[in-house]
Design a protein around this ligand. Structure first.
Ligand SMILES: Nc1ncnc2c1ncn2[C@@H]1O[C@H](COP(=O)(O)OP(=O)(O)OP(=O)(O)O)[C@@H](O)[C@H]1O
Ligand SMILES: [Zn+2]
Length: 583
C-alpha cells in the first residue's frame, strides 16, 4: 500500500476508499477540465481509468492544461495526459485512447464495463452522444462544463435524474444573410462576413457559411440574386491566386465594386447611413509615406493603413499556403482556425476594412479573435474548482446517491450554488423511452422474428405487448417497418442494414415507445432478450406525478442559456438553495 493509499483511506474512510479503488472510470476529454480531472482521479484513489481524446496538444493549451508541456505540442492529448498523471500515483492503471468517442467500437457493451463516465468535453454533439450511450448502458455520467468564471457539474442517471437532453439547448447564434452581406450595423456583422463569407469563399469551402441564416423573403429576391453574382465573381478571382495583382483584385471587388453596387440600391439606404467605398490605389499611395513596420500589436485597434497592409500580406500568405497544399491534394482547402495567425490577421483586417466602409467601430485582433472563435477565455481556476466538484459527484455515485447528489453551479469563481437534481423530463425523447438490450443473430434472424418474439410478446412474458398494426420501427431517421412498409421484414437483419449497436426505436401511438439496443448473438438462438422489457410508465402518468408535486417544480431555478454549448447558467430564484461562499 502506497502512502497515497493510506492517506486516502484516512480521508475517505475505508468503505468509500474500497469503492473508489475497485471502480472503473471513463474520462472523455483530456482538455482543460480533463487534465485537472485525471490528476484528481489518480490522486483520490481511482485505480482503473480509461481516458479518451481525439486531439493533439496545441501550444495554446499549455496555459491551463498543465499535464502538457512545450515538448508535448503536437502529441496526442490522451497519451501525454496518461504519462503525466501516472506520476501522481504509479499504482493506478490508466489506459489512453486517441480516438473519437463517437466511433462505433465504443459500443453500448463497451460502455457497460465502467462504473461511471466523466465528461470533460467542449461540444454539444459529443456530450449528446455520451449521454445517450450512458442511458443505453445504464451507467451513471457526471457532466460538467465551464465558461469563463462560470461552471457546473451534475450527475445523470437513467430513470433517476434529468438527462443531458431533458432541457432544450439553444442553437448557436446565426445572422440574417442580408444583414451580413449588405447592411451590417455592428462589428460582429463584419467579423462574421470576413470569417464565414470572405475567408471561406477565398480559401475554404464555400458551403461553410455556417453563421448565415437564409433569408427567403420575396423582397430580398433581387438582392440575393445580386449577391449570388458577387459570389460567382469572387470564385473567378480565387482562380487568380498567385498572380501579382491577386490581393488588388479581391480588394477592389469586395470594398469597391460590391459597395458601389449596394449603393445603387436606393431603397436600402432610405433609413440607413450609406457606406463609403474604399479605393485600392488611394490607399496604396497613402502607404508610401509610412515606414514599413512589422509585428502589429494584437490588443491595439489598427488604423486604416495598418488594416490595409495586414489584409494584403495575410491574403497573400493564405493563398500561397493554399496553392502549396493544392500541389499535394488538388481539392485542398483551408479551414478557419482561431489559432492560425494568418487566418486571424486576415479576418481582423478584412472585417475592420468593412467596418470602416459602414462607419462601424473597428476592433483589435484580440477582440476579433474572441468574437470569431466564440471564445470566452478558459480560466484554469474555474476548471480546477469544477473538476474538484466532479470528484465529489463521483464519490456520491459510489455511495449510490443520484437524486440527492446535488447539481452544483459556480458563479464568478467565488459563489457555489447547489440544487436538488430534477426528475427526468417526461417529454424527453432521449431518456424517457424504455430501452432493452436484445441479442440477435444478424446473419439469420429477420425483423419479423424480432417483431414476433419481442415486440408482440405479451408484457407478462417479458415482451412489449404491442399490436402489429400499430407499430412503426425506426433505425435513427430511417423507417424500417410499419404496417404499410413491410419490404424489409423478411430479410435477415444484416441484409436490412442492421448491425450490432443499432438502436431501433419502436413506437405505437404517442404514449408508448421502446428502444431496442441490438447486440450480436452467434448462437443458434435467433433472438434473445437479456432481461424482460421494462414496463411502460405512460407519459401522461409521469406528467401528472410532476404536477402533483408542485414544490419540486417550483424549486427549479430559472434557466438562462448562454450562446455557447459549454454550460447553461441557472439563476437561483429560491431561498432554499444552498449557497456557499468561497474565499
Ligand atoms: N468526440 C470527441 N471524442 C473525444 N474527445 C473529444 C471529442 N470532442 C471533444 N473532445 C476533446 O474534449 C476536450 C475538451 O477540452 P477543452 O474544452 O479544454 O478544449 P480544447 O480544445 O483543449 O481547448 P480550446 O478549445 O480552448 O482551444 C478537447 O481536448 C477535445 O479534443
Ligand atoms: Zn432526458
Amino acid at each position: 500500500m502506497t502512502s497515497r493509499d493510506s492517506y486516502n483511506i484516512r480521508v475517505l474512510g475505508q468503505e468509500l476508499y474500497d469503492k473508489v479503488s475497485s471502480s472503473k472510470a471513463l474520462l472523455v476529454g483530456a482538455g482543460g477540465i480533463g487534465c485537472e480531472l485525471l490528476k484528481n482521479l489518480v490522486m483520490s484513489g481511482f485505480k482503473d481509468i480509461v481516458v479518451i481524446d481525439l486531439d493533439t496538444i496545441d501550444i495554446s493549451n499549455l496555459n491551463r492544461q498543465f499535464l502538457f508541456q512545450k515538448q508535448h505540442v503536437k502529441q496526442a492529448k490522451a497519451h501525454v495526459a496518461k504519462e503525466s498523471a501516472q506520476k501522481f500515483n504509479p499504482s493506478a492503471k490508466i489506459e489512453s485512447l486517441q480516438c473519437n468517442i463517437k466511433e462505433p467500437q465504443f459500443s453500448v457493451q463497451w460502455f457497460k464495463q465502467f462504473t461511471m463516465v466523466l465528461n470533460a468535453l467542449d461540444n454539444l454533439e459529443a456530450r449528446r452522444h455520451v449521454n445517450a450511450m450512458c442511458l443505453a448502458a445504464d451507467v451513471p455520467l457526471v457532466e460538467s462544463g465551464t465558461q469563463g468564471y462560470f461552471g457546473q457539474a451534475y450527475v445523470i442517471k437513467k430513470d433517476e435524474t434529468e438527462c443531458f437532453d431533458c432541457q432544450p439547448k439553444v442553437a448557436p447564434k446565426t445572422y440574417p444573410v442580408c444583414t451580413i452581406r449588405s447592411t451590417p450595423s455592428e462589428p460582429i456583422h463584419c467579423i462574421v462576413w470576413a470569417k464565414s463569407f470572405l475567408f471561406s469563399q477565398l480559401f475554404g469551402n464555400s458551403e461553410d457559411e455556417e453563421a448565415l441564416e437564409p433569408d427567403n423573403s420575396e423582397t430580398m429576391a433581387n438582392e440575393v440574386a445580386a449577391l449570388n453574382r458577387e459570389t460567382e465573381e469572387l470564385k473567378a478571382i480565387k482562380e487568380a491566386a498567385g498572380s501579382p495583382d491577386y490581393t488588388k483584385k479581391i480588394f477592389r471587388k469586395v470594398y469597391e465594386t460590391d459597395i458601389e453596387r449596394l449603393l445603387s440600391m436606393d431603397s436600402m439606404w432610405k433609413n440607413r447611413q450609406k457606406p463609403t467605398p474604399l479605393h485600392y490605389d488611394e490607399l496604396e499611395n497613402m502607404m508610401s509615406d509610412i515606414a514599413e513596420k512589422e509585428g502589429l500589436e494584437d490588443r491595439k485597434v489598427w488604423n486604416l493603413k495598418e488594416n490595409f497592409k495586414v489584409f494584403k500580406s495575410s491574403a497573400n500568405k493564405l493563398s500561397t499556403r493554399l496553392l502549396k497544399e493544392r500541389e499535394v491534394q488538388a481539392d485542398a482547402i483551408l479551414t478557419f482556425d482561431k489559432d492560425d495567425d494568418d487566418a486571424m490577421d486576415f479576418v481582423t483586417a478584412a472585417s475592420n476594412l468593412r467596418a470602416h466602409i459602414f462607419n462601424i467601430e473597428k476592433n483589435s485582433l484580440f477582440d476579433v479573435k474572441s468574437m470569431a472563435g466564440n471564445i470566452i477565455p478558459a480560466i484554469a481556476t474555474t476548471n480546477a474548482i469544477i473538476s474538484g466538484l466532479v470528484i465529489l459527484k463521483a464519490f456520491g455515485i459510489l455511495r449510490g446517491e443520484y437524486k440527492n447528489n446535488k447539481r452544483v453551479y459556480l458563479f464568478t469563481a467565488s459563489r457555489l450554488l447547489s440544487e436538488a437534481n430534477s426528475d427526468p423530463n417526461p417529454n424527453c425523447s432521449v431518456c424517457r423511452s424504455r430501452s432493452a438490450t436484445v441479442s440477435v443473430n444478424f446473419e439469420r434472424a429477420t425483423l419479423r422474428d424480432l417483431i414476433n418474439q419481442v415486440i408482440l410478446l405479451s408484457v407478462d412474458e417479458g415482451g412489449a405487448g404491442m399490436e402489429l398494426d400499430e407499430i412503426a420501427i425506426m433505425d435513427g431517421s430511417r423507417m424500417i417497418y410499419d404496417v404499410e412498409f413491410e419490404d424489409m421484414a423478411d430479410l435477415p437483419m444484416k441484409e436490412a442494414g442492421l448491425k450490432p449497436d443499432t438502436i431501433l426505436r419502436v413506437t405505437n401511438g404517442e404514449d408508448d415507445e421502446i428502444d431496442l439496443i441490438m447486440e450480436a448473438n452467434d448462437t443458434d438462438e435467433l433472438i434473445k432478450l437479456s432481461s424482460p422489457l421494462p414496463k411502460l410508465v405512460p407519459k401522461g402518468l409521469l406528467k401528472r406525478k410532476m404536477e402533483e408535486e408542485p414544490e419540486v417544480a417550483s424549486k427549479r431555478p430559472k434557466t438562462v442559456h448562454t450562446t455557447d454549448d459549454n454550460v447553461i447558467h441557472l439563476e437561483p430564484d429560491s431561498d432554499d438553495d444552498d449557497i456557499v461562499l468561497l474565499d
